[in-house]
Design a protein around this ligand. Structure first.
Ligand code: DI6
Ligand code: FE
Length: 400
């Protein structure tokens, strides 16, 4: 059982979002069992903690444990060959239309055993954990049949038992449809029945889809969202990644937790997201890997007060990325986000993109999921490249 202790001689990352009631200053944090017992000035320490053990951290920065709110961490195989093809001129869509892309990962994932999937995903998860990640979202979507989709979701849940990390699973059966089927038939015969089954087994926390010319149309996504609603599951959407399909506005209509990618997002989509409180999850590593030239409308999202999260999108095709810190650097350098926005993008807004209200901030009563860094300035987190100076994580009150 985690004990009660005081973190002192620390810098606490400031959260200055509009309406934030976050503590700002060089105070102390009390970890009380699995939750934050107190955050504030040492002089205001509640009586009950006055005898607690004090841990001095030498002026180190403390942030909430980082949250990677969009990953496809569980999959079989590699797409290095396709990377080579793209380097010699083939586009992502061309490779997918020729049966590669998502389909080659589907084949490899169907063939892999649960153990093999677990082992390969653990390697990637450990990279993220080394950088202070305490919560991760993991999607299915490389099965496109019942057995493999359920297998992926079980492996995702298992990762949360193998490591001190919280896993949220998202059902992405509507990622692609098998080459020998029509999209609507795939939805009726495989995707939606599998979703019901996975939900009944408690394997799903949210439902996602790929709204794209090479994915599903808005009206097909609507079928998926309607079915998710009947199961009481929140939705999110891969929207406006390669073209403008009006996916973000559709997602907002279903009160989606998030719309993700958004390079081709239009003004109507921004207004709809602002109205619904849908988080914009930006995925700069996919932008980078695809050599995309169209930028997500960061300034307009900012102006409209749409919360922006950042995530790795870790997947074998468009984002073979397992560094959330480098993702922050890309959010700053490629998308023009401030270091503060990048930090909020992997903490408070990432939590919201997952529908979680007990993490992503340091506040009394929230989970004691923290990251302690070997520096004191939060801008270091998005400034550095290829450097992960994490001192320690605290997960549910346990230093690890
Ligand atoms: N968008 C993406 O970037 C990933 N899925 C999606 O809908 C890519 C998946 C892949 O290429 O394997
Ligand atoms: Fe994705």
């Amino acid at each position: 059982m985690p004990r009660t202790y005081i973190l002192s001689d620390i810098k606490i990352a400031p959260f200055v979002s509009k309406g934030s009631d976050e503590y700002v200053g060089d105070g102390i944090i009390v970890v009380d069992g699995g939750t934050i017992g107190f955050i504030g000035d040492a002089n205001d320490l509640p009586q009950q903690y006055r005898e607690s053990e004090v841990r001095h951290l030498g002026g180190r920065l403390v942030t909430p444990g980082l949250i990677d709110c969009h990953t496809h961490l569980v999959y079989g195989g590699s797409r290095a060959r396709e990377f080579e093809m793209r380097q010699t001129g083939a586009s992502y869509e061309e490779i997918m239309s020729a049966g590669g892309g998502i389909f080659s990962t589907v084949n490899a994932t169907r063939q892999a055993s649960e153990d093999e999937l677990l082992t390969s995903a653990l390697g990637r998860l450990d990279n993220l954990i080394r950088e202070g990640v305490t919560t991760i979202e993991i999607k299915s979507g490389y099965g496109l049949d019942e057995d493999t989709e359920l297998k992926m979701l079980r492996v995702a849940r298992c990762l949360g038992e193998e490591r001190q990390v919280r896993v949220r699973t998202t059902y992405l059966g509507a990622h692609a449809y098998p080459k020998d089927m029509e999209a609507d038939d795939y939805l009726s015969q495989i995707c939606l029945p599998t979703m019901e089954k996975a939900a009944a087994e408690g394997l799903i926390d949210a439902v996602d889809g790929f709204c794209e010319t090479v994915g599903f149309t808005p009206s097909q996504i609507e079928r998926v969202f309607d079915a998710a609603g009947k199961l009481g599951l929140p939705v999110k959407l891969h929207a406006e990644q390669l073209s403008d399909q009006g996916g973000a506005a559709l997602a907002a209509r279903f009160n989606a937790l998030s719309a993700d990618h958004l390079e081709y997002l239009n003004d109507e989509g921004i207004a709809a997201m602002a109205g619904a409180g849908t988080v914009a999850v930006l995925l700069p590593a996919a932008f980078y890997a695809l050599k995309e030239t169209k930028f997500p409308p960061v300034q307009k999202l900012r102006d409209a007060d749409v919360p922006m999260a950042l995530a790795t999108d870790s997947n074998p095709g468009t984002s073979p990325m397992t560094s959330l810190l480098l993702t922050m650097n890309m959010g700053a350098t490629l998308f023009g986000m401030t270091p503060q926005e990048c930090l909020e993008g992997v903490t408070v807004h990432a939590a919201r993109a997952l529908g979680l209200d007990d993490c992503g901030r340091i506040k009394a009563g929230m989970r004691a999921d923290l990251a302690i860094w070997d520096f004191s300035d939060p801008a270091e987190m998005s400034y550095r490249m290829g450097d992960a100076p994490l001192h320690k994580r605290i997960f549910g009150g346990e230093p690890c």
